[in-house]
Design a protein around this ligand. Structure first.
Ligand code: HEC
Length: 148
């Protein structure tokens, strides 16, 4: 019995950490590795000028699930905000897991504003350059509530 347990543990260690299996999870990762470049300083200074209200969260939800063009956030970031949308997990790097406070606490309002407006070059994150500022700010409120 003891030998079997040792054998199983060793097998798990070897295969569990093998790069072949890395990046092949259908689960949200947390903490999530984040290599996103920092937004330019003029964005980093920005603070969300809109107070959170139920009405604004609803508007954010509508954009996230249905209205955002060319493609809605939900397809990558998922209905639960954990990055498990059908296009989110296969993306490399994978879509951000908004439920992961350990990672999201390092992502400021201004950083998010920049990422949504301009997209993140070299990743699947698209630019939403047609959004009005208020649309981006209500989306940021909506994204933040996933971590609460
Ligand atoms: C086609 C897939 C896709 C769609 C659609 C998408 N995203 Fe993303 N998003 C990503 C990926 C991939 C990343 C991670 C990029 C990285 O690691 O640098 C990301 C990262 C982010 C980040 C984190 C930025 C940072 O600095 O960490 C925010 C905020 C974000 N997305 C918001 C949104 C919002 C809001 C929408 C909808 C308006 C949206 N995304 C739509 C794929 C997507």
């Amino acid at each position: 019995m003891k030998k079997q347990i040792i054998f199983l543990s060793v097998t798990f260690l070897v295969f569990g950490y093998s790069p072949v299996f890395a990046n092949n999870s259908d689960k949200a990762q947390c903490p999530q590795k984040r290599t996103t470049p920092a937004a330019p300083a003029k964005y980093l200074e920005l603070k969300n000028p809109l107070e959170v209200t139920a009405k604004r969260l609803k508007k954010g939800e509508l954009l996230y699930l249905k209205k955002a063009q060319p493609i809605q956030c939900v397809h990558c970031h998922g209905a639960r905000g954990d990055g498990t949308g059908e296009l989110g997990l296969q993306a490399n790097p994978p879509a951000r897991n908004f439920t992961c406070t350990a990672t999201m606490k390092n992502v400021s309002d201004g950083q998010m504003f920049w990422a949504i407006k301009n997209g993140i070059e070299g990743t699947a994150m698209p630019a939403y350059s047609d959004f009005a500022d208020w649309q981006i700010w209500v989306l940021i409120h909506y994204v933040r509530q996933f971590g609460k």
